[in-house]
Design a protein around this ligand. Structure first.
Ligand code: GUN
Length: 291
């Protein structure tokens, strides 16, 4: 069994991006610029946004944080998005989710100019990804694909079982795994699937993104399988400083010995997601996808 080291790979990817930024700037080009909108004071969101800003600094991007109280109205937030859409200095931007209940998230996502949608959440990017056109691919699925590529995981003709059908992980990662060039045979399982354990047992590659801590048990995993754990549930834990333990969807202790490769939580898929956001921002800055 070998661990897939997301921290190591994300460090390498960041170095490559930083190198490219240096070249762009040395050639007189513009420093890529990411803006992040955050609404309210959700602890998780504040940490994620701080990490995104830190990563921008590490690779030589400019970053702008626009923070609003959760009293902001939907109309006011839409106006802020319009300003970013029209600001030529901003190459890409994201609106950190979740948003307060009085704001319609889908309406916000669709208000973002798809050419600046570096989260890849806009239906145009989702649709283009689905039919194999150049697009901004959302961060977690792109991060998973990068890990598989860098660990030279064979995907052609392999059976990949995706557990979970969310719009931001399950569905897009299933799309990418079945794409021409990757060529896996994909089964998507979810909370209503019958015989989920039996289906998983046939998998060469399992991608667990169901959001249930320790859901995947050893008896569901074939000997030699590659297991990608996307779960990041904060489970209360008195022995940690933060009072919780980040827990994956895979029962690591029992599953790991059966795997050829497995991602740990934390330190697997998590660190890759910011890399994907940086990559998309670099592409946006270079006008590589939409000209
Ligand atoms: N909240 C949790 N993950 C994400 C993400 O990837 N993008 C945004 N915008 N919000 C999130």
């Amino acid at each position: 069994m070998q661990l897939i080291d997301g921290k190591l790979i994300s460090g390498q990817v960041k170095q490559e991006i930083a190198q490219e930024v240096k070249q762009i700037v040395a050639a007189g080009g513009k420093q890529p610029h990411l803006a992040v909108i955050i609404v309210g004071h959700d602890g998780g969101s504040e940490t994620y946004v701080a990490n995104k800003e830190k990563a921008c600094g590490e690779v030589g991007f400019k970053s702008t944080r626009l923070a609003f109280e959760d009293t902001i109205t939907e109309t006011e937030l839409l106006a802020e998005i319009e300003k970013l859409n029209n600001n030529p200095d901003i190459d890409g931007f994201i609106v950190q989710l979740p948003l307060p209940k009085h704001i319609d998230e889908q309406k916000i996502i669709e208000a973002i100019d798809y050419r600046k949608d570096v989260d890849g959440f806009h239906p145009i990017n989702v649709g283009r990804t689905s039919i194999g056109l150049p697009s901004f691919v959302s961060a977690t699925p792109a991060g998973i694909m990068e890990l598989l590529k860098r660990y030279k995981v064979e995907t052609v003709g392999k059976h990949c079982v995706v557990i979970g059908r969310s719009n931001i992980v399950g569905k897009p990662v299933a799309t990418l795994m079945m794409q021409k060039g990757t060529d896996a045979t994909v089964t998507v399982c979810h909370s209503r699937t019958k015989n989920l354990g039996e289906i998983c047992l046939q998998a060469d590659i399992i991608i667990a993104a169901i959001g249930v801590p320790n859901f995947v048990k050893a008896e569901m995993v074939k000997e030699g399988a590659v297991v990608i754990d996307v779960g990041t549930t904060r489970v209360p834990n008195a022995s940690t400083k933060s009072g919780f333990k980040l827990t994956g969807d895979v029962d690591f202790e029992s599953v790991a010995p059966k795997c050829s490769l497995i991602t740990p939580v934390p330190g697997g898929v998590g660190p890759m997601t910011i890399c994907s956001l940086l990559k998309n921002t670099l592409l946006a800055g270079r006008k590589e996808i939409y000209g």
